[in-house]
Design a protein around this ligand. Structure first.
Ligand SMILES: [Zn+2]
Length: 299
């Protein structure tokens, strides 16, 4: 994994300067699927002796920079793996790629400069990058946008079309992702309570109800779970109320009882939701509420 925080404009400039061709296998590569490879690996930044040796071996000049266009190339991910195996021995291949980088450097720099002079286009590319990093679009859906080398050359109308299409896709994916999270939450909650009921035996049944509300344009079901004591019907108690919400790339679940928040479980959507944290919180409050109920029954 690259340590260098590439700007999307740089990624795009490298890709464009190579005409979308992977220099390792000479086949076209998708912008989104391509790896911007450090031809001489970044680890050499920590090993200056070895870097000097390689610079000599490949006939590179003193100003050679690991983190600049003379060392960046768009490779297929599988070609990248192949290349990494051979970088220290397959001098011929690597030399050819480095020569290509050097040759393309000027045009890549120009592309980056031009993009930076067109903030609307640079912004659009940044949106594309955001969408990828947040997993809002899969690479195949995104190819369409990113593969459009015309982004840079397009006129305002085309640019607007691309932008609208991208926003539409992101909004759709966003909505779908939220739906999926809500469904997962519902399943996790239901499974948890079923397991609890089993533990508690036949005297107890559980009840479930839901209210719908709209959060960020998505209908969110808030769930109420309760216990009904079959022997003594007085104890029909709704004791945990699960309220999901979304904020700032976080999926947040409030566990409430009688309108009071017992605990808030915060899940980082980008890292993936750790449902065990949610189940542990449910278990904790379920047990506490149950103790309270049993105490009332025994009194
Ligand atoms: Zn390739």
């Amino acid at each position: 994994m690259s340590k260098y925080p590439f700007k999307i404009t740089q990624r795009y400039a490298v890709y464009k300067a190579f005409d979308g061709i992977c220099p390792w296998c000479k086949e076209p590569v998708d912008f989104i699927a391509s790896h911007i490879d450090h031809v001489l690996p970044e680890v050499l930044l920590d090993d200056s002796a070895k870097l000097e040796d390689l610079k000599k071996e490949f006939g590179l000049n003193d100003s050679f920079n690991i983190n600049d266009y003379e060392n960046w190339a768009p490779l297929h991910s599988y070609c990248n793996l192949e290349k990494n195996k051979k970088v220290y021995k397959g001098a011929g291949f690597v030399r050819k790629i480095l020569e290509k980088c050097e040759k393309n450097k000027k045009s890549a720099q120009l592309i980056e400069i031009r993009l930076n002079q067109q903030p609307e286009k640079a912004k659009l590319l940044a949106q594309v990058q955001d969408a990828i990093q947040s997993n809002l679009l899969n690479i195949y859906e995104l190819q369409k946008f990113a593969l459009k080398p015309e982004i840079m050359d397009s006129n305002d109308d085309e640019l607007n079309n691309i932008k609208n299409e991208l926003n539409g896709k992101v909004a759709y994916q966003n909505k779908k992702m939220l739906h999926d999270l809500l469904r997962m939450m519902k399943n996790q909650t239901r499974e948890f309570f079923h397991a609890m009921m089993k533990e508690m035996g036949a005297d107890w049944a559980f009840s479930m109800s839901g209210d719908a509300k709209t959060v960020d344009g998505v209908e969110v079901k808030t769930l109420k779970y309760g216990l009904v004591n079959q022997v003594d019907k007085r104890f029909d108690t709704t004791f945990i109320h699960v309220e999901p919400r979304f904020s700032n790339k976080q999926f947040i679940i409030d566990l409430k009882a009688k309108g009071q928040i017992l605990e808030t479980v915060i899940c980082d959507i980008e890292k993936g939701v750790d449902w065990s944290v949610y189940r542990d919180a449910l278990r904790k409050h379920h047990k506490a509420a149950l103790q309270q109920i049993l105490k009332t029954i025994n009194d």
